[in-house]
Write a protein that binds this ligand. Sequence first.
Ligand SMILES: Cc1cc2nc3c(=O)[nH]c(=O)nc-3n(C[C@H](O)[C@H](O)[C@H](O)COP(=O)(O)OP(=O)(O)OC[C@H]3O[C@@H](n4cnc5c(N)ncnc54)[C@H](O)[C@@H]3O)c2cc1C
Length: 372
Amino acid sequence: MLTIGICGGGVGGLTAALALIKSGHKVEIFERSKHFGRIGADINLTPNAVHALDGLGIGNTLRQTAAKPEYRISRTWDTGEETSRLEMQGDRYDAPQLTIHRADLVSALCGALPDGALHFGASIAGVEHLEDGARILFEGCRSKDFDLVIGADGIHSVVRNTLFGKDDPKFTGLVSYRAVFAREKAKDIPNLDSFTKWWGPNSDLQLVVFPLLRGDEVFVFATTPQENWSEEGWTLPGDIEKLRDTYADFHPEVLELLNCCTEVTCSALHVREPMEAWSKGNITILGDAAHPMVPFMAQGATMAIEDGVVLSLALANATTKTVPAALDVYEGARRDRTARVQRGSLANNWLKRPENADWVYAYKAWDALLSV
Ligand SMILES: Cc1cc2nc3c(=O)[nH]c(=O)nc-3n(C[C@H](O)[C@H](O)[C@H](O)COP(=O)(O)OP(=O)(O)OC[C@H]3O[C@@H](n4cnc5c(N)ncnc54)[C@H](O)[C@@H]3O)c2cc1C
């Protein structure tokens, strides 16, 4: 059994914690927020994510509040022509696609943790290597030692910066808008039981719509170009009129969707290049700390979830001495796949036309091939 300290209690950190506890390790998670609020709206969990989460025993809880999009559809911005359609609730994959409020996913993950594993209000300032272990340094001079430390602290990861040097993510020139409204407001709009991406005249413009909360709510995501982003904070109130103006030439169904939105939030989209290594000594990183990506394949959280499961498999029989070798195995199993998804997300053409989506959706983290 290893003692493991996880920096960051997002989707990646919480999944890794549950998977590592299942492997027999003793885990503590340190999250800087004082509590989790109902922020961040949506998460689209494709079958590869749901399969991984089912293996942690939280699938039934997720299915109680999630919606189950029937199809994943692509349509053209002005004509409305359908250019691809993939069935998401059939038996092609061993799990369905679920779309869920991020807060409901986080709550399901937290609900499965043992008491005392998650510490709120614990802001990490850095990490240090120890002989056969690692130390977490908290804001305010406190520290704690572990056999292994995992940085799951997101795109601005302190752990990543401490291990590999500071390297700011790049602003893509795109801002994303998000809104949720009651399904009953949009009774006459078809296809709201599916995940639909409307592809714009260029890659700066796209609108995605899918059901949330057992289908009682509708989620809308759209992007607009912007020269720079200097605003403090991640998610800010957005200007719905500006969004409607930008999409004014789109198909009438899109205009109706935007008319149903009253409040929107906006946040900047950032990227990094894939990294060559994620670990040093008895410290590693996962999720957005290791491979942040633009959300155009809706795989960022899903990759973090897969990372957590595969990391737990690689560490199943590890001792303090064999942790670095186990981390090599973890990286070996994850780096190529996450880099491919990072690059595919940036290319922004996923399922615009019919293609075989199995390399993404049929992946089973619990069956990952582990080799040295
Ligand atoms: C607009 C948008 C839409 C998206 N849609 C999807 C989608 O549909 N499906 C999907 O799979 N992904 C989606 N993603 C991506 C997804 O949100 C991220 O990839 C995912 O949240 C990464 O999880 P994580 O746990 O690695 O990082 P995070 O979710 O960022 O969690 C990091 C955690 O660490 C904490 N933390 C940070 N610094 C410190 C510190 N110093 N000390 C202590 N704690 C700290 C933070 O408070 C946070 O709780 C989307 C992203 C965006 C921007």
